[in-house]
Each structure stands twice: as structure tokens, then as C-alpha cells.
Ligand binder design. Structure first.
Ligand code: PGA
Length: 252
């Protein structure tokens, strides 16, 4: 069995002035000593903090990620930021398809697919979010929803390109609600995601795929979640804004 790397990413969302960014990163640098780190750590601050964050994480093992991207390289797209710009700012990762973007900004799978293709072509790694709402879970259609999101978002993505994609399974009902999926519930969907990838690509591609769990991950539930066989990391929202909490998850 392949030993997959575990990746913990902090999605700061629309939080983090420059001074808050500096405080948080300095706090993390004190709490997370690189020599003891066996997980990759990714910080995803807002666009305006990327340059500062990139400067502050020099000489640390932390990597930088963005929370969104546009699929065109440049042009008349007021308010948007391209993958090239993110790369230049120091990003290695881009979160795409987060449920908040799907819900509040009407992003659908076809739109997300364009961003995924462009981001990979630019040499960045995608953190592609999928997950069902509470209503969908209660209807018993979690697997169908997740499969449709995967299939739609990964249109014309080759097996080689897939190596630059991480999936984040984030049940919408668990995001920011304090309600975490149980380790078993999460692991079950992760296993299903691997089966979908195995069917669409190959068993080897499925085995390599890094699948993060996201949704109210906290220091006190991280260890149990991260010890599940199909959970390869976490995408952390609220708890990534406090150095103690995020370090607690990274070191769980
Ligand atoms: P949460 O957010 O950890 O605050 O639930 C997770 C996410 O939205 O990525």
C-alpha cells in the first residue's frame, strides 16, 4: 500500500488583516517546530495577505495556498485573480469549489472544472472541495452528489493531471457548525471517493489520491479523524485562525 502524505491546510476565509496575518504566522512558527513535522502544512490567507505570508514563511516548512482563482490568464475580469498571479505571489496550492463559493457565488461543476484545468496547467496543486448538504445526506444521496461533483469538476482531467489534485471532502452540514462527521462517516465517503477515482482512472490513481476531510476539525477530534485509513489530512476553517488550535491539529 502506498504511504500517502498527510496535508493539513488552513482556510482562513475572509479573515486576516496584515497584522493578524503576521501574528498568526509568528505564533505558528513558535508552536510548530519543523524537525518534528511529518505532515505538510498549507496556509491559505486572503489574497491581500499572500505576499506578506509568503515572506513570513520563508525558512519554514509551511506552504502557501489561495482560496480562489479565475480560469483565464488575464484580461477584463474585474475583481478576479489568475493562477499565474497566485504562482508569482508564492502559492503552491489553490482551493477550488469550496461549498461557500458554490452556495454564495453560484459556482457549478462546469465552472469549477475550468478553474481546475487552468490551475493545474499553471503548475499549482488544486484542493478540490466536494460534499453534500444535510438535506442530501438525509435523503441518502450523499454518494450520488459527491460522484456528480467529482465527475463534473474533473472533466477532461488526465490521470497525470490528477496527481496535482487533492480532494477535500467537506460535508456542508459540518462546516462552521461544530458538527463533525464521525471518523467512520468521513472515512466511508473517502473510501467511496477512492472507488469513483479508481473507476474513472485506475486503482493506482485512487491509491495515490490524497483526500482531506473538512468540517469542524478541531484539536480534540483531529487525531481520531486523521488516523482513519482513507483520511489523508484536513482542510481547517475556524480552528486555523488560532495558532494554538491549528498547531494542535497539525501535531495531533
Ligand atoms: P470549519 O471550515 O473548519 O470552520 O468547519 C472548514 C472549511 O470550510 O474548509
Amino acid at each position: 500500500m502506498t504511504q500517502r502524505k498527510q496535508i493539513i491546510a488552513g482556510n482562513w476565509k475572509m479573515n486576516g488583516t496584515l497584522s493578524e496575518t503576521a501574528n498568526l504566522i509568528n505564533g505558528l512558527k513558535q508552536k510548530i517546530i519543523s524537525s518534528s513535522l511529518n505532515r505538510e502544512v498549507v496556509l491559505c490567507p486572503p489574497f491581500t495577505s499572500l505576499i506578506l505570508a509568503n515572506e513570513l514563511i520563508k525558512d519554514t516548512p509551511f506552504k502557501l495556498g489561495a482560496q480562489n482563482v479565475h480560469f483565464e490568464a488575464k484580461g477584463a475580469y474585474t475583481g478576479e485573480v489568475s493562477a499565474e498571479m497566485l504562482k508569482e505571489a508564492g502559492c503552491k496550492y489553490v482551493i477550488i469549489g469550496h461549498s461557500e463559493r458554490r452556495a454564495y457565488f453560484q459556482e457549478d461543476d462546469a465552472f469549477i472544472n475550468k478553474k481546475v484545468k487552468k490551475t493545474i496547467a499553471t503548475g499549482l496543486t488544486v484542493i478540490l472541495c466536494v460534499g453534500e448538504t444535510l438535506e442530501e445526506r438525509e435523503k441518502g444521496i450523499t454518494n450520488q452528489v459527491v460522484k456528480a461533483q467529482l465527475t463534473g469538476s474533473l472533466q477532461n482531467v488526465s490521470e497525470k493531471e490528477l496527481e496535482n489534485i487533492i480532494i477535500a471532502y467537506e460535508p456542508v452540514w459540518a462546516i462552521g457548525t461544530g458538527k463533525t462527521a464521525t471518523p467512520e462517516q468521513a472515512n466511508e465517503v473517502h473510501e467511496y471517493i477512492r472507488a469513483v477515482i479508481s473507476g474513472g482512472y485506475s486503482a493506482a490513481a485512487a491509491e495515490r489520491l490524497i483526500i482531506q476531510y473538512g468540517g469542524s476539525v478541531k484539536p480534540d477530534n483531529a487525531k481520531e479523524l486523521l488516523s482513519m485509513p482513507h483520511i489523508d489530512g484536513a482542510l481547517v476553517g475556524g480552528a486555523s485562525l488560532k495558532a494554538d488550535d491549528f498547531a494542535g491539529i497539525v501535531l495531533a
